[in-house]
Ligand binder design. Sequence first.
Ligand code: GRG
Length: 294
Amino acid sequence: MSLHFQEERESIARRLDEICVSYLSNLPSGIAEAVRYGLKSPGKRVRPLLLLFAYRAAGGGGDATLLACAPEVIHAYSLMHDDLPCMDDDDMRRGRPAVHKVHGSRTAILAGVSMIPLAALLVRDSARAMHLSPQARASILDALLVAGGGAGMIGGQLRDLAGEGVTLSLEAREAIHLAKTGALIVASVKMGALAAGSSAVEMEAFERYGRAIGLAFQIMDDVLDVTSTTTALGKMTGRDAALGKSTYPALLGVDGARKRAQSLIDDGLEALAGHKLLTQELSQVANFMVTRTS
Ligand code: GRG
């Protein structure tokens, strides 16, 4: 994993620790353990970083780390469910046994479901601590819940599963990526911008950036599934081919997929630059998304 953004990752890790202490006490201990295991395993924390960096780029000056953990909680639950035998059936995640391999499938399902209201509670409490208006709080919650629902991540996952063993067009694959992975990435960027009080025009630029880098991120995920190893990636590789998925590398070749991802990153950066919203952080995190090795 890259050493970029170490300070921000540490502040997110501290917040995740606090969340595990303060928010899990009313769950049965077995479920709380599974949530802790899934949440604190070593992820890249791309979504919280994007939220924090968008917040700062939009002029936010407060502490947005608690809010930044909300999309990470939704992301962590989606990984726990994605790995289940009835979904992608993966034994390894983030270099460790998947949650269901340690805690069992029933506990992994219940723990994952408990993380959806947990994310909403984090939005409620962080909005209060940041003194956000009721309107801003409602828009932030809306962005997160819509992205995590049928029009976003869940719908994308369903269409991804339905696409196994079926030859899809590039457009169909792009729509799946944008929903399954892109929606939560766009939401993270938008949540940061909304918390900082961005105008409608700025929100459009942030959204274009989020869509471009979200799609590029999933394209590179598919590339790494072909080019990396299980040890380097911390999860099983070669899964897409085994499941018969029409991925970008399958449709464009590895080089073609990489070029497409890079041109999306360029487009995302241009969208922000056009509105004087492009910071070094947002540029670096976008580039990290296509150069990462795990
Ligand atoms: C079963 C109710 C129910 C819902 C399932 C499983 C699911 C909904 C959705 C999964 C969608 C999914 C897993 C999308 C993420 C794809 C992706 C790029 C994952 C890897 O993200 P990284 O690289 O991972 O940011 P780290 O480990 O760094 O956090």
